[in-house]
Ligand binder design. Structure first.
Ligand SMILES: *Cc1c(COP(=O)(O)O)cnc(C)c1O
Length: 415
């Protein structure tokens, strides 16, 4: 009754506004397991077709790996399907603790606590470890889940310009009167694929008596020589006070996340973090799958090595074809289009060529930063990359953007 025609039409006009602006997001239905080759229904009701996936977070190609699937099956047989409880009531199995120890060993930290997701880890960690006497100083481009976690915390909030160490230093100096200073950053930034300069950040943290928290969701499993993450790349393993990360990307891609770091900080989360206290434990089937993922990664670096080669090949191919890219050396390779409608049209034209790569625009990035974000996987073979490259070039020619600089593209299509 309260949902009147007036209320309904108000929402309808907002949604229509999104459609008109080319900002309406439409799901594509995948009919197969997650992999380099997938079967997709798009638009809804259209016949299913086989396409190459160029935008999954399946960096290591483990989402449907037979050994992981088998371990998950066995885990479900041994420990059941669901826990029907949060961790501290009756939702902790021995395997939850085994996984926490395994993550601790892999990341080179002191202890780990699992969360239902990394979004939840980020929502819970700040208020659990900080008070109003402290300050959080975050990079201006941190992930939305960190922004939400920061909002939920009573400590003072401040930011520094993206990856700008001089600006961070200014802020650290300015906040010396606070009890604790916590510097917050993504390890790998998910939209641009660049990395936080953690070696420099550690020096600053030591100089100005600050803690560091990184969210390594787009790094755990493959960044650094043995895939431990961004802290390994910058030679600062053991110096991160808190690492949050997800099992929903490279590490099997199912669900779950964690807070890993200093023993007391992890214990504070166990006592106080609300998503830990009030949301269900990770299902046993997922825990067993993730344990297998770590076995695979700790036995060999073959997958992250292949991923590195694939990503370099892909980036070079796009660059030589004349696309505007964001610079970097991670498997996240954004093809810049600067216009939301163009990003959507480009994505649909790619789909017609058998390539699945979605457009990113507001609110995920600023509208003048609209793009196709491509993500490379160890599950890609050369033939996938070559076919995808040929399709990108064909579509790039169709829209006449190859070899065009940012300014020329903006003049043609607007922002
Ligand atoms: C994906 C992502 C998350 C969310 O992870 P979930 O486990 O899916 O909730 C958090 N932080 C960053 C940086 C991410 O990229």
């Amino acid at each position: 009754m309260s949902y009147s025609e007036k209320t309904r039409s108000a929402y309808q006009s907002v949604l229509q506004g999104l459609q008109d602006a080319g900002l309406f997001k439409q799901e594509r239905f995948i009919h197969s397991p997650q992999a380099a080759d997938i079967e997709v229904e798009f638009p809804s009701g259209a016949s299913v077709r086989k396409v190459i996936n160029m935008c999954a977070n399946n960096y290591l190609g483990l989402s449907s790996h037979p050994d992981v699937v088998k371990a998950a099956h066995e885990g479900m047989d041994a420990r059941g399907y669901g826990m029907s409880s949060v961790r501290f009531i009756c939702g902790t199995q021995d395997i939850h603790r085994t996984l926490e120890r395994k993550v601790t060993e892999f990341l080179g930290t002191e202890d780990t606590i699992l969360f239902p997701s990394c979004m939840d880890a980020n929502a819970g960690v700040f208020e659990a470890i900080l008070t109003k006497d402290d300050v959080m100083i975050s990079d201006r481009l941190v992930h939305a889940s960190l922004i939400d976690g920061i909002r939920l915390c009573s400590a003072m909030q401040d930011t520094y310009k993206h990856a700008d160490m001089a600006h961070l230093e200014q802020k650290l100096e300015m906040h010396q009167d606070r009890r604790f200073r916590l510097v917050i950053t993504d390890g790998v930034f998910s939209m641009d694929g660049d990395t936080a300069p953690l070696d420099k950040m550690v020096s600053l943290a030591e100089k100005y008596d600050a803690m560091i928290l990184i969210d390594d969701s787009h790094a755990s499993g493959f960044i650094g020589k043995t895939g431990r993450g961004t802290h390994e790349k910058y030679g600062v393993v053991g110096k991160m006070d808190v690492i949050t990360t997800t099992f929903g990307k490279a590490l099997g891609g199912a669900t779950g996340g964690c807070v890993s770091g200093r023993r007391e900080l992890v214990e504070m989360c166990r006592q106080k973090a609300r998503p830990y206290l009030f949301s269900n434990s990770i299902a046993p089937v997922v825990v067993q799958g993730v344990l297998k993922v770590f076995d695979i990664l700790m036995a060999s670096t073959e997958r992250r090595d292949k991923l590195e080669k694939n990503a370099a090949y892909w980036r070079k191919g796009l660059q030589e074809a004349g696309f505007v890219l964001k610079e970097g050396d991670t498997p996240i390779v954004p093809v810049m289009l600067f216009n939301a409608k163009l990003a959507g049209d480009f994505s649909r034209a790619l789909y017609d060529e058998g390539i699945y790569a979605v457009g990113f625009f507001f609110p995920v990035v600023h509208k003048s930063q609209s793009r196709i974000r491509t993500q490379i996987s160890a599950g890609h073979e050369m033939h996938h990359l070559d076919k995808a490259l040929a399709a990108f070039i064909k579509v790039g020619k169709k829209f006449e953007i190859l070899g065009k600089a940012k300014q020329e593209i903006i003049e043609r299509f607007g922002m």
